[in-house]
Design a protein around this ligand. Structure first.
Ligand SMILES: CSCC[C@H](NC=O)C(=O)N[C@@H](CO)C(=O)O
Length: 663
């Protein structure tokens, strides 16, 4: 039988879409969700869809060249709100389920996000960026680039962010809007960022999060507060000893569950846990202190942008526990954490659950799931019958014509005999007896996790005839706290060895041509790519994306530089510059002879482009190996996942061309 399917291309990215943010109606008969795709102008659009679980129909509730998100049912299921930029900035919109017209509810000057319905269905809490002194009722004055002053006085350390740009003059405030009258009450103010959590069941309190420390530049703690909606004294629930998020009230209003970690010396290199506050007793307890698993979805892919609204902790109806997403050994699933600290896996499997939602009675759930061959789809789970049904196949038509490669899981011995998990993707059309070049891919973070999720770039390389090897070296999530922290202070040490052992491992296979190896990675993965080519000439070509090469300058130019390097490199430029330099790949330039493609976004405030410039300039000056430098104007650190679609496709094409030329 002839195989009429083709390998995936870079341009297929324009066709790939994914659902997110499923929201089951309170009675469990229907779900709304967001579907994101690119239009014919290669711009993102996201729309709200309604899926009827009674007749399995899917209806678009919104359309047009807009970004619609955050669909949320009112508590009685008769209304929906969502956030949309259809009038310019992202504002809150409202839709009566039996009508087709929707109406705009907010008019915040810089847009809003994260709506949460009040229990009586009359109001919605939300978050809005506001300048100091600016209010939500000031009309539609916008903070545009043109409004940027001729000079900017920087007077704090956290003055820019890769996500939001220059944040020196804006803060995130929490407000409540009455959906009938449109009147807005701003609940928070000041030079602090606040985030909406949940309403108390009696509608009197809002649980929010904020860092309101004296010096947020160096105090990174985020606390949970209860704010009285009608005004009055706030209650501080946590004790400025960690970073806590997504508080949710139990049904009886007596407890709050939230997700977070205690801030000792680790902000990034630590796993998130579940916490419960007993509000009358004033106690806070970590429920999962003995569960060595990260709460949250740590899986890294390249189709969806990370950080989709996470459901947080969802209480059971009897208030005896809560459902959360957690990440283990390359998979993320849904777990039930009981108040006594015991944990039951509710939805498992070799896949990446990146969103879920329950009906009111917790009889059923709808979840958003990706796996190695599926960018994302929705599934319905009946918890009584324990049956699962696929609801969508959003890329079905496209993927019918594409031949994908199915990854094979490997476990191999890393440095110090540690057991390391990884995957091998054989080339599309693989034939026994042939040999193939291989590419080692290295994820960023370093605290994230490769796993059972779709990776377009890997499939593209497999379609181009490469074996793709990707593993979770120490520093990754999914293997416990000790594993996550093991790279701190040792960048380029045992993490590097874990990766090299992966290469040794795959080179044992007859089908791998060990004289034709390539290496690629982004961010921390880019740091490691630079480090690897500084160790010798094992690889024929390398692609380094949004990378770091010099920790001394990274410290001062990255939005997180001064505290990230304290934790991860365990040094700073004024106390131990030798250590900063020791872990900097730029130190190794004299050894670098591997053809290197450097790609970097010009608006990357996480790993600013000066890192790429330093590497490019020194390699060119030395002149020992081909080096090419691609700058992406306007692109930030997230470009490969959620950036300009054409830039994303170009980046993939440059990668393939480089490996095809040199490996
Ligand atoms: C090593 S410097 C900062 C790197 C960055 N870490 C946190 O933001 C990183 O590696 N990011 C990853 C994961 O988001 C990436 O792939 O960009």
């Amino acid at each position: 039988m002839t195989d009429t399917k083709r390998g995936i291309t870079a341009e297929d990215l324009y066709q790939i879409c994914y659902p997110s943010e499923p929201q089951l109606s309170p009675d469990g008969t229907k779900a709304v969700f967001v579907e994101t795709k690119m239009d014919e102008l290669r711009q993102y659009q996201s729309h709200i869809y309604l899926y009827s679980l009674e007749d399995n129909s899917k209806t678009a509730l919104t359309s047009g060249p807009f970004r619609d998100s955050f669909p949320r049912w009112s508590p009685d299921g008769s209304k929906l709100c969502f956030v949309s930029n259809r009038s310019g900035k992202a504002q809150l919109w409202h839709l009566d389920v039996n009508e087709t017209e929707f109406k705009q509810i907010t008019n915040g000057p810089n847009g809003i996000s994260s709506p949460v319905w009040s229990p009586d269905g009359r109001s919605i809490a939300f978050a809005a960026f506001l300048r100091t002194g600016q209010t939500l009722t000031e009309g539609t004055e916008e903070l545009t680039e043109e409004a940027t002053p001729k000079s900017i006085t920087v007077d704090k350390m956290k003055y820019k962010s890769d996500d939001s740009g220059f944040v020196y003059e804006k803060n995130k405030q929490v407000a409540v809007v009455n959906i009938e009258t449109g009147s807005v009450t701003q609940l928070t103010e000041g030079t602090y960022d606040h985030a909406v959590g949940s309403w108390s069941p009696d509608g009197k309190w809002l649980a929010i999060t904020a860092n309101r420390s004296v010096n947020p530049d160096i105090q990174h703690e985020i606390d949970i507060y209860l704010v009285p909606v009608e005004g009055g004294e706030w209650k501080k629930i946590t004790n400025s000893d960690g970073t806590y998020a997504m508080p949710t009230f139990s049904k009886d209003g007596k407890k709050l569950a939230f997700i977070g970690s205690v801030a000792d010396q680790h902000l990034y290199a630590t796993m998130k846990k579940i916490w419960v506050a007993e509000l009358d007793a004033g106690t806070v307890q970590c429920l999962t202190a003995d569960w060595d698993v990260h709460v949250g979805d740590a899986t890294i892919g390249d189709v969806r942008s990370p950080g989709h609204p996470n459901p947080g902790a969802v209480w059971t109806t009897d208030g005896q526990g809560m459902y959360v997403i957690a990440s283990e050994k390359g998979s993320s699933g849904i777990y039930l954490v009981h108040l006594d600290g015991s944990v039951t896996k509710v939805v498992g499997g070799e896949r990446n659950v990146y969103g879920f939602t329950f009906d009111n009675e917790k009889n059923s759930l709808v979840m958003a799931v990706s796996d190695s061959l599926t960018p994302g789809d929705l599934f319905h789970v009946d918890l009584n019958t324990e049956t699962e049904k696929r609801l969508t196949d959003v890329n079905g038509e496209l993927f019918q014509e594409i031949r994908l490669s199915t990854p094979e899981e490997i476990w191999y011995e890393g440095a110090e005999g540690w057991n390391i998990q990884g995957w091998i993707l054989k080339p599309v059309g693989f034939q026994e007896g042939n040999t193939y070049p291989a590419i080692l891919q290295i994820h960023g973070g370093p605290h994230s996790m490769y796993g059972h999720t779709f990776f377009h770039e890997f499939q593209l390389l497999a379609a181009q005839g490469y074996v793709v090897v990707y593993t979770n070296p120490r520093g990754s999530y999914g293997y416990g706290e000790r594993f996550v922290q093991a790279c701190c202070g040792d960048y380029g040490g045992n993490d590097y060895k874990d990766l090299m052992h992966a290469v040794d491992y795959v080179c044992q296979f007859d089908y791998v041509d060990e004289t034709r190896l390539g290496v690629a990675g982004g961010s921390y993965g880019g740091f490691m790519t630079n480090w690897i080519i500084g160790q010798g000439n094992r690889f024929k070509a390398a692609v380094t994306d949004r990378s770091i090469c010099n920790w001394i300058s990274f410290y001062g130019v990255s939005d997180i530089g001064y505290y990230f390097s304290a934790e991860e490199i365990q040094a700073n430029p004024f106390e131990n510059p030798e250590k900063m330099w020791h872990h900097s790949p730029l130190r190794l330039v004299a050894n670098m002879e591997t053809p290197l493609l450097i790609m970097h976004g010009e608006r990357d405030y996480r790993c600013p482009i000066e890192q790429a410039e330093q590497l490019y300039m020194t390699l060119r000056h030395r002149g020992k190996a081909p080096v090419s430098f691609i700058r992406f104007p306007g692109a930030n650190h997230e470009m490969s996942r959620s950036g300009d679609p054409e830039q994303r496709v170009l980046r993939l094409q440059y990668t393939v061309d480089w490996f095809n030329q040199y490996v």
